[in-house]
Design a protein around this ligand. Structure first.
Ligand code: ADP
Ligand code: ZN
Length: 598
């Protein structure tokens, strides 16, 4: 372990292991197999990188993310580790050079796409070199029922059969018990030590608000708290991706679109700009994100309701991998609920499939409507018990609840009357018009102003009514039917109508959260700001000159450390987190120059 600690300090410039890193690394260095479940940003990479550097031979990393291999290799080279990859993007000559380096024992790490292992030339090559370990990244790709399934992962059990004495470490950020069992079984890792970390991401502030003017709400989030910082905005459809990106551009924010309908070249250029340039906002469908290692994504915003809590947690987890304060923000409204229920009703799958999708949506709605701590609810979903976190909207600014029984009865009885007396069924908009006594053409046409519930809901606003409908849907006291979003009562509604069940609702239009955070830069003491900005400018220029993402030069945490402590010597600079020996030698003088000039 002394060797591992020394690599941690000298190569990576970090002073201590995080969480279970030390135990995992010790297991693998000792030749044992490990199955590692750690949330995004937890620090999985070091768990195989350090054993690869300490053990004799090359650590072979299996990863499905070909597009990101170059960045991973660049990041390792930047700290002085010898790394390379073999994948389909290379020509024969490039491959030959990598193979020669591997055989000569000149590589600490070798990244391979899983399909390479199908080819006998690759397995023969591995036979002829010395392998320190096998790391199987994104191990949940072996799970056939998961959404990231890769058939090539199934044959990774060959690793153990062919090289039984080489330790294997499988890593994933996917949390559920079932996936874990499936990984262990399919990869022949049932005897491996399992390391399951807490899935909490304490630096992410979770906030969910109701949709009024979503684009304006998004704009004020970015301008107010994250101006000039990198973020991801998720939308459900390609059209809304385009529209949102345009809107942000018109408002002076550098935003790029990303969805499956774009040309591959445009997509990969947008992805690479997002990774390389500072402060880009990526507006994307969920097609974007797996394996994106960018550590300084400061916010993840959802403009549409995600389909499941798993998806939501994975997407929001892309914020703040560097451990600095970040925001996960979601706006959702009645329309989201109606639309998703409709999509489930009309989906192709069998009844069991629709039930499963319905259960996913219910869990997501419960998270949105909870008056308890969001984090307690989220972690609870993954089977972890926790205390109120103090860093989510409901903790920072507890929502008021109110007794919505009477409004619920008014709405439900309007539905019942229309159906019983006139055999008519409507969506939320018209029902609310009736409750608010709005003389619309449809009201006149059908004489709805003679209903006994006409105008009995004028004590609350239209926006509040939409909130009532949404929350009744979430609580299962209302159902959506058919293609037009018709509202219908449910079995449970009768207990409300009879007065035997009370309906508690969350108050709409929540106050702004008291502790609305500021951009990371703005959280620095004011005196440190000019230096931080100067360091950022230096970093941008350096990254541009080398053609690598800015974070490969240094992460924000390192620049903050320098801005606050103002090191005056190389020795002092070397104590700052993220400054290892190679970077100290390469950049030390330049950095001291920036510090002295500020
Ligand atoms: P994961 O792959 O689990 O999402 P990474 O391996 O990318 O996470 O690590 C996330 C961030 O945390 C990276 O910027 C990494 O350099 C940093 N990190 C990891 N381990 C440590 C540590 N022991 N001390 C300081 N920073 C660390
Ligand atoms: Zn909380």
């Amino acid at each position: 372990m002394t060797a591992a600690l020394s690599v941690l300090e000298k190569t990576f410039g970090y002073s201590a292991f995080r969480g279970q890193q030390a135990d995992i690394i010790q297991t693998v260095i000792g030749g044992g197999d490990a199955l590692v479940l750690m949330p995004t940003g937890g620090g999985k990479s070091l768990c195989y990188q350090i054993p690869s550097l300490v053990r004799e031979g090359t650590g072979v990393v299996i990863s499905p993310l070909i597009a990101l291999m170059q960045d991973q290799v660049d990041a390792l080279s930047a700290v002085g580790a010898r790394a390379a990859f073999l994948n389909s993007t290379q020509n024969a000559e490039e491959r030959r050079q990598v193979e020669a380096a591997f055989l000569a024992g000149e590589l600490d790490l070798l990244y391979l796409a899983p399909e390479r292992l199908r080819v006998s030339s690759t397995t023969d090559l591995l036979d002829r070199g010395t392998i320190a370990l096998f790391a199987i990244d994104e191990a949940h790709c072996v799970s056939q029922w998961g959404h990231d399934f890769r058939p090539d992962y199934l044959q990774l059990s060959v690793l153990h059969e062919r090289w039984p004495s080489v330790p294997r470490i499988a890593l994933t950020a996917t949390a559920t018990e079932q996936t874990r069992r499936e990984i262990a079984q399919r990869l022949d890792l049932t005897d491996a030590s399992q390391f399951v970390s807490s899935f909490d991401r304490p630096n992410i502030q979770y906030r969910i608000e109701s949709k009024a003017q979503p684009l304006q709400q998004l704009l004020s989030l970015i301008r107010g708290e994250h101006s000039g910082e990198a973020g991801i905005v998720y939308c459900l459809s390609r059209a809304s991706v385009e529209k949102t990106a345009e809107f942000l551009m018109e408002n002076g924010i550098t935003a790029l679109p990303y969805h499956a309908g774009l040309d591959t070249a445009v997509r990969s250029s947008n992805q690479s700009r997002f990774l390389r340039e500072d402060g880009m906002v990526m507006v994307a469908t969920i097609a974007f994100g797996m394996g994106i290692d960018k550590p300084d994504v400061r916010f993840v915003a959802h403009l549409d309701l995600p389909k499941s809590v798993e998806g939501y947690y994975q997407e929001t987890g892309r914020a703040g991998r560097d451990g600095l304060p970040s925001t996960a923000w979601l706006a959702y409204g009645l329309q989201d609920v109606v639309q998703q229920r409709r999509m489930i009703d009309q989906s192709e799958g069998d009844l069991a499939h629709r039930r499963r999708m319905g259960a996913h949506l219910d869990a997501m709605l419960a998270l949105c409507e909870t008056v308890e701590c969001r984090r307690v609810q989220l972690l609870g979903y993954f089977g972890q018990v926790s205390e109120a976190c103090g860093n989510c909207d409901t903790c920072l600014s507890p929502p008021e609840t109110w007794d919505g029984t009477v409004p619920a009865q008014k709405l439900l009885s309007t539905i019942v009357r229309l159906q019983r007396e006139r055999n008519q069924r409507y969506g939320a908009g018209h029902l609310i018009d009736i409750l608010l006594a709005k003389q619309t053409p449809r009201v006149t046409q059908y004489g709805h102003d003679s209903l006994s519930t006409w105008g009995i809901g004028q004590d609350i606003s239209e926006q509040e009514w939409r909130g009532v409908v949404r929350q009744l849907l979430a609580q299962g006291l209302l159902a959506v039917e058919g293609e037009y979003g018709i509202l219908a009562i449910t079995d449970a509604s009768s207990t409300v109508l009879s007065g035997s069940r009370k309906v508690m609702l969350r108050r709409e239009a929540p106050k702004r959260s008291k502790a609305a955070k500021k951009a990371v830069a703005a959280q620095l003491p004011e005196v440190a700001l000019p230096l931080f900005e100067a360091l950022r400018a230096w970093r941008s220029a350096e990254a541009l000159a080398q053609g690598v993402p800015a974070y490969i030069v240094f992460g924000d945490a390192t620049l903050r450390g320098i801005a606050v402590t103002k090191p005056a010597s190389l020795d002092e600079l070397g104590t700052i987190t993220g400054v290892g020996e190679k970077k100290l030698e390469q950049y030390g003088d330049a950095l001291l120059g920036v510090v002295a000039a500020a």
